[in-house]
Design a protein around this ligand. Structure first.
Ligand SMILES: C[S@@+](CC[C@H](N)C(=O)[O-])C[C@H]1O[C@@H](n2cnc3c(N)ncnc32)[C@H](O)[C@@H]1O
Ligand code: SF4
Length: 309
């Protein structure tokens, strides 16, 4: 094998060589491999030794897979795996499984430093106020939680209450992320979600009163959404003083209700984007025109002033 000096000399010599494609099959490229028989055990040992010297940091994600049933059974746009929430016993049982999983992974993560914790889903704010300390204890059972790291819990507007937010804060969670998607109470109905803008504002007020920084998710390109509605939502959320907005472009795909509706009404069947087929059952779903999408992109540039996408 080359000694270290030779490797440095090689890298230095070739550093400025023009490359058309930086994706290599191995590093360095196989054309520079000289020795044919490198014992794999030595390579793995050297790698393990080098890994031990590296400070390991983990961004931990703890999922809760349950969601309130909507009509149809899950939010019309959602591509995430989820199970239907049936009641608190389900969550108690799930916490028990998380605790057992923590026991299984404790040794594996010994000495690993946590950089952040995110409780997502599904819907992580279905727990009762007194279950959040138990959720945090699952993590504490495996990791030392350094002070000042970001600990976020994500949820939906209608199941945040002041008591729950207090329970979250007291358990050590220090940031809330809320899936708002749309502030317009009529537009949100297209997804089957039962939430109101009033619940969004009430949650943000509670976060503010408790000193919990909050972030919201919004989706643009939504059925029947106009540019004005999109900008209105962005401005309304920015005006509340929240710390962050994540602005997603609607992805219509997979086995979602939105996708099955869009398939029925694509231009292949002779309809124009924006038309609603007669007799369509369920929520009225109208997709934006292609021109609107282009204008939406332009609007996004404007929105960047206060949005991270
Ligand atoms: C894990 S998901 C859902 C979180 C939470 N259960 C909720 O419903 O608000 C996180 C975010 O992804 C975004 N998202 C989910 N499906 C999407 C889609 N099809 N297109 C664009 N954004 C999507 C939504 O903004 C959502 O808040
Ligand atoms: S959008 Fe959120 S609440 Fe709705 S089904 Fe997906 S994960 Fe569950």
């Amino acid at each position: 094998m080359h000694d270290l000096q030779a490797v440095h000399a090689f890298v230095e010599k070739h550093r400025r060589r023009r490359q058309s494609n930086k994706v290599l099959h191995g590093h360095p490229s196989p054309v520079h491999w000289l020795e044919k028989d490198v014992p794999m055990r030595d390579v793995l040992q050297a790698r393990e030794q080098a890994n031990r010297a590296i400070r390991k940091q983990v961004n931990l994600y703890v999922g809760t897979p349950y969601c309130l049933p909507t009509d149809p059974d899950r939010c019309g746009f959602c591509l995430f795996p989820s199970e239907i929430y049936t009641g608190h016993r389900q969550l108690d049982e799930y916490l028990g499984y998380l605790e057992r999983e923590g026991d299984m992974f404790r040794d594996h993560f010994a000495g690993t430093e946590l950089a952040s914790i995110y409780f997502g889903g599904g819907t992580s704010n279905l727990y009762k106020a007194d279950q959040y300390p138990r959720l945090m204890d699952v993590v504490r059972g495996v990791f030392e939680i350094p002070p000042h790291i970001e600990v976020t819990l994500e949820g939906i507007p209608q199941t945040f209450t002041h008591d729950k937010l207090l329970g979250m804060k007291q358990s050590g969670m220090n940031r809330i992320s809320m899936g708002v998607q749309q502030l317009d109470d009529e537009l949100i109905k297209a997804s089957g979600r039962k939430q109101t803008s009033e619940q969004v504002y009430r949650t943000l007020e509670s976060c503010d009163a408790l000193g919990l920084p909050a972030s919201v998710d919004l989706i643009f390109g939504w059925p029947n959404q106009t540019l004005e509605a999109m900008v209105r939502d962005l401005e309304a959320m920015a005006a509340t003083g929240i710390t962050h907005i994540t602005h997603y472009e609607l992805n219509v795909a997979g086995r979602t209700d939105f996708f099955s509706k869009s398939e029925r009404r694509t231009p292949h069947d002779g309809r124009q984007p924006g038309d609603v087929p007669r007799g369509q059952s369920g929520p009225r779903v109208v997709w934006l025109h292609a021109g609107d999408t282009i204008r939406l992109r332009a609007e996004r540039r404007r929105a960047r002033e206060y949005v991270s996408v």
